[in-house]
Write a protein that binds this ligand. Structure first.
Ligand SMILES: Cc1ncc(COP(=O)(O)O)c(C=O)c1O
Length: 475
């Protein structure tokens, strides 16, 4: 079996067929998207049964085609759901190559090119964010892990006790918008700070952290004996795509000498656009920033940048001996990433990012941000002109929340029902969000192939579903 599994000719034949299949698929998503559902939704049980009993009698190519058929089609212009980027085809080729080579590049010797590329990518990202040459960092496996890693560094730097060695000695806490991604709370819980360790600051009508409340919440925390280690700004938040006022948070953090972390997993990529960079003004005053390349910048998941204003802080997060990997524990070696990352064996994500960014240059990434943020504005205009819809708030990026209102029924129930029907029919893929206790429909426009016509058709599709499924419609 081993000889069969490694046969170069079989690999070549199957590989060519697979590339043919994917190229045709890409062409279909561009030229004939109507031939393809965005998501041929089946129940989890049906999918489990299918693969449990799968018979490879028709060969590997057929197997790959079936997997393709049953996948959700991010390249389809009517995919408008969760925050994930369409992948640039050359990034997918790089990903295939790095999977094949399996260079587990936590240390330099295990993937020298990828290590160098990752370093260059992060240095360039730091520059784009406006940091000086003291900044640095690395790539890691997703925004969730990157936020945890940054907050561990914050704890190391700010907490009076050395928690790494002595364990939690006194109540630590951070402050963050109540609209922040759940992974910030998860990080707090992992660090053992409990419910009291996350101080949620209310938001304004644009769902941005109310920076005018930071001082009073801080004073209350201090009065309760808590040590406030960090403030986390969202750039932007997940549900509505709202950008917190980073300058104001930075001022507060300087005044109180606390760590300023920016969760820019979704929206820090605005730094690539002249038009939208102002939304993250103040980002270069953060002590650490997280940004996902896989949410808006054409790179396959996972590929997350974690940038520190002072690269020295990145070396203190995990102080551990690992003599089987490197000689000197204390030495700051930029090229042995495992000293600084959560991962030991590390996926060579720098290669994917470097391939897209260096081959096409900044211009592609800027065009991508301008296009998808522009789609957000186009959709908002369509919603404002339509009598049957309400826009939750003017979008700040490519995330738009809205709801169907032409009914006398309970709006949350109706919109939730609409979303279920959209999922079942599979012609579009959108998601939902809970805002102030009410259910809204939510799109993330991360596919530059989406057109204004697709957005108009989505509204028409929703109206038709509502008229079919909801008895008491107004129009
Ligand atoms: C603001 C924000 N932070 C963090 C995350 C988590 O990122 P990842 O899915 O890469 O772990 C998300 C994902 O939706 C997000 O929107």
């Amino acid at each position: 079996m081993i000889e069969k599994a490694f046969n170069p000719e079989d690999f070549k034949a199957t590989g060519y067929e697979l590339i043919d299949t994917l190229s045709e698929y890409l062409a279909t998503t561009q030229q004939n998207p109507d031939k393809l559902l965005v998501n041929d939704y089946q129940t989890p049980e049906k999918q489990r049964e299918k693969w449990e009993n799968y018979d490879f009698a028709n060969g590997l190519s057929e197997y790959f085609k079936e997997f393709l058929q049953d996948s959700i089609h991010i390249h389809h212009p009517r995919y408008m759901g969760h925050q994930i980027s369409t992948t640039a085809p050359i990034a997918a080729l790089a990903a295939m190559m790095s999977d094949f080579l399996n260079n587990g590049m936590g240390i330099y010797e295990m993937g020298q090119s990828s290590v160098a590329m990752e370093h260059l990518v992060v240095q360039r990202l730091a520059q784009k964010m406006g940091f000086d040459d003291k900044a640095g960092g690395f790539l890691t496996s997703g925004g969730t892990l990157a936020n945890l890693t940054a907050l561990l560094a914050a704890r190391r730097k700010q907490a009076t006790a050395n928690v790494w060695q002595e364990g939690n000695q006194q109540p630590l806490a951070l402050m963050v918008s109540e609209q922040a991604h759940y992974c910030v709370e998860r990080a707090v819980k992992i660090m053992g700070w409990g419910d009291a360790g996350i101080i949620k600051i209310p938001v304004d009508e644009q769902f941005c952290l109310r920076t005018d409340l930071l001082q009073s919440y801080y004073e209350q925390a201090i009065a309760q004996g808590k040590e406030v280690v960090a403030v986390v700004g969202s750039a932007c938040s997940t549900a509505t795509g709202s950008y917190d006022n980073l300058e104001a948070i930075a001022d507060f953090c300087v005044q109180h000498n606390v760590w300023f972390h920016v969760d820019g997993a979704h929206g820090a990529s605005a730094v690539f656009s002249d038009k939208h960079r102002h939304k993250v003004q103040g980002i270069n005053r953060a002590d650490s920033v997280v940004m996902d390349f896989h949410k808006t910048l054409l790179v396959p998941a996972l590929a997350t940048g974690l940038v520190f204003k002072d690269v020295n802080d990145s070396y203190n997060t995990f102080a551990q001996n690992a003599h089987y990997l490197w000689n000197d524990d204390e030495e700051q070696e930029w090229f042995n990433f495992a000293k600084r990352t959560f991962e030991t064996t590390k996926f060579p994500m720098g290669f994917k990012v470097f391939t897209v960014w260096s081959y096409y240059g900044d211009a592609l990434l800027e065009e991508m941000i301008d296009t998808i943020y522009g789609l957000g504005d186009t959709f908002a205009q369509l919603l404002q002109q339509h009598p049957s819809f309400e826009l939750a708030m003017p979008p700040a990026c490519n995330i738009v929340c809205f709801r169907y209102t032409a009914t006398h029924e309970d709006l949350s129930k109706v919109n939730s029902l609409i979303r279920q029907h959209i999922l079942a029919e599979g012609k579009f893929y959108i998601v939902q969000a809970l805002l102030n206790g009410e259910t809204y429909l939510r799109v993330t426009l991360a596919n530059p192939a989406t057109t204004a016509q697709d957005l108009e058709d989505l509204l028409e599709h929703i109206v038709q579903i509502a008229q079919r499924q909801v008895p008491a419609t107004k129009v």
